[in-house]
Design a protein around this ligand. Structure first.
Ligand code: SF4
Length: 361
């Protein structure tokens, strides 16, 4: 297994992407009204080819965390080859693959192929679940999606029996339409066989239907408090991977910070987006994060050298703007790196760590 410990010196080298997010496609088989990526659709013909992606991955150094996003990522039939390029060239400790679960016939064989080629990485597949039964279908405006997501889940659970490096979890988008259903969703996920993690992600960006963002912050607080109670009450199967207790402690700190960010309407800690994180979209545009549309450059104009883009004057200007404007958001992925790579946060993380049950559970 690749080790995350080698990244600790990088705490002090903050202009090298260790967390890389690749939007492999904007195509999707669902039409969720809360999607934040509905305006930037590109056709299949415009997407970076496998050959181009291989060149980009060769330009990057080793990665701590490789995330894929979209669109529905499994619609790309070369997804296993794309993951393999990053696996060979960048040795990611963690590879995260989110899916709406709508196409088990694509998701299951492609996940298995990825697993068979990525033995040294922890592969995390996150299935979306935003309600139970027809409620999930209606929140996502996609009939039949709950049934398909559960079919996908069962297939992934079976894969877990054969691949030690696979972890499966659920992601729930917290939005106006499901904010009153959090307890029943959490209960359901707690009972899902094989479930390792449950993330509740705040609805973000500019969704197609803006009404989904009219959330009640107190209800979000109650949902994250419930997750915290479950974690401290030692639900035994959650978070048992390497450095798991530390990750759980970071999660607890993160949820409180997100709540405070939204409650106070200002940033709670510096953001390292564009320093240790980079995002590339399906046509080669490079951005500091998934939220800002500030383009640092395009790999197609830079010989597929992502580091050249990352070290450009445009990228410097984007980073300076993020600092100057004291940019803030609720995006969970960026809180992960903003906490783990900020030594000033370690006191809070250690306090939470001490309150968590030990590894014997
Ligand atoms: S605070 Fe959020 S939107 Fe702003 S740069 Fe960081 S990740 Fe991007």
């Amino acid at each position: 297994m690749y080790s995350s410990l080698k990244y600790i010196p990088s705490i002090f080298v903050k202009q090298n992407p260790l967390q890389f997010t690749f939007f492999v496609t904007s195509r999707c088989n669902a039409r969720c009204p809360f999607c934040f990526y509905w305006q930037d659709r590109h056709s299949k013909q415009d997407e970076l080819s496998l050959d181009e992606i291989e060149k980009v991955s060769r330009s990057l150094g080793d990665l701590l965390w490789l995330l894929f996003s979209g669109g529905e990522i499994y619609l790309r039939k070369d997804l296993p080859q794309i993951v393999d390029a990053f696996y060979r060239n960048n040795h990611p400790v963690i590879i995260t693959l989110p899916t709406n679960g709508l196409a088990p016939d694509l998701i299951l064989p492609r996940t298995e192929e990825i697993l068979s080629r990525s033995a040294n990485s922890t592969v995390v597949v996150k299935v979306s679940l935003d309600g139970l039964g027809e409620k999930h279908d209606s929140v996502r405006n996609t009939p039949g999606s709950f049934e398909k997501a559960m079919e996908t889940w069962e297939g992934l659970r079976r894969l877990c029996e054969r691949y030690q490096n696979l972890q499966i979890g659920i992601n729930t988008v917290f939005c106006r339409e499901n904010q009153d259903d959090m307890d029943e969703i959490i209960d359901f996920v707690n009972g899902l066989p094989g479930c390792e993690t449950h993330t509740i992600s705040m609805v973000r960006g500019n969704p197609a239907d803006g009404s989904y963002k009219r959330i009640d912050l107190d209800k979000y607080r109650r949902a994250v408090d419930r997750l915290e109670t479950d974690l401290k009450g030692a639900r035994p199967k959650m978070y048992h991977f390497t450095l798991a207790r530390l990750k759980s402690a970071q999660d607890l700190v993160q949820r409180r910070l997100i709540y405070e960010t939204l409650r106070q309407g200002r940033r709670q800690l510096p953001c390292y987006a564009g320093r240790i994180t980079a995002v590339m979209n399906e046509v080669g545009g490079v951005f500091p994060c998934e939220i800002l549309s500030d383009l640092m450059g395009n790999v197609r104009d830079n010989g597929y050298d992502l580091m050249r883009v990352f070290r450009s004057a445009e990228a410097d200007a984007v980073r300076a703007r993020i600092n100057k404007t004291r940019c803030y958001c609720s995006h969970e992925c960026y809180f992960v790196t903003n906490i783990l790579f900020n030594p000033r946060m370690y006191g809070q993380v250690i306090r939470q760590y001490m309150e968590l049950p030990g590894q014997s559970r």
